[in-house]
Design a protein. Structure first.
Length: 250
């Protein structure tokens, strides 16, 4: 059994990508199941096979602990790791080839607290991979692109499993896409675009950080995908199978 953890910032398209991956694998004769790990989500674009909301009730937490919406969401997210046994049992009963795990909306509550990394490292599967979804519409300026690449590195550091960057909402950024991909391939191109944004005075440290990103081989081109048209899905599934079936590291 292979596990795909779909991570990314709020609204970047994690849940819709989960729905699309399910459809994709179903239509390619692979049996996938979905796990929703977001205790605070109200509506999902797919019908989860295993749902953390059956184990953690965000609204009861609010009442029982007299918490506001934010406090309740933090506690609900922190409780995810305590449910790993039950979630694992339910997944095991379904015995799928692939398990696609949709992670909580607010990535900081999952990846930057102990619950998310604990869940990922202790969840049993043969190979694990993380997708980091970057909202394409938020990556159209060079500085936001770089910030997202740094965030991606930070998530990789926290989760410590092979990771693929996925640029979502490709359908909304068709004209800008070649330039975004150039930034990830060439530091000169990125530097030129950054220099054109005159209001951004780059400090030496940020220049050093950007150089390090390229030099360390961590400025990997994201795979651009549209969850609306499915454009790019074939590239994403190829990248996934390179890691999952051949054990390649991204
Ligand atoms: N146009 C377009 N909209 C998208 C795409 N992916 C997600 N969305 C929309 O972005 C919003 C947030 O998506 P969702 O999957 O719920 O994000 P999540 O918070 O990361 O789970 C929804 O309105 C989606 O319909 C995409 O590839 N293209
Ligand atoms: Mg979601």
């Amino acid at each position: 059994m292979y596990a795909i953890f779909v991570t990314g910032t709020a609204g970047s398209g994690k849940s819709l990508l989960t729905a699309r991956l399910l459809e994709w694998y179903h239509s390619h004769d692979v049996s996938p199941i979905s796990v929703n790990l977001d205790p605070g989500v109200s509506k999902l674009q797919y019908d989860p096979d295993v749902d953390v909301r059956e184990l953690i009730d965000y609204y009861s937490i609010m009442e029982d602990y007299n918490l506001g919406p934010n406090g309740s969401l933090i506690l609900a997210n922190d409780l995810i790791s305590t449910k790993i046994g039950e979630i694992q049992d339910r997944v095991q009963e379904l015995n799928p080839d692939y398990v696609i795990v949709d992670t909580p909306g607010q990535i900081e509550l999952f990846a930057f607290r102990s619950s998310g990394p604990y869940f990922i490292s202790n969840f049993y599967s043969d190979i694990k991979v993380a997708l980091f979804t970057m909202d394409g519409t938020l990556a159209t300026s060079p500085i936001s692109f770089v910030s997202l690449m740094f965030l991606s590195q930070s998530i990789k550091l926290r989760l410590n499993i092979p990771q693929i960057n996925v640029l979502t909402k490709r359908d909304k950024i068709i004209e800008k896409l070649p330039e975004i991909l150039r930034w990830s391939n060439s530091i000169i191109s990125l530097q030129q675009s950054l220099d054109l944004e005159k209001e951004i005075e780059q400090s030496l440290i940020s220049k050093d950080l950007i150089r390090t990103l390229y030099k360390s081989g961590n400025m990997i081109s994201p795979i651009a995908v549209s969850n609306m048209t499915m454009n790019g899905m074939i590239n994403l599934s190829a990248a996934l199978s390179r890691i999952l079936t051949h054990g390649e590291k991204e």
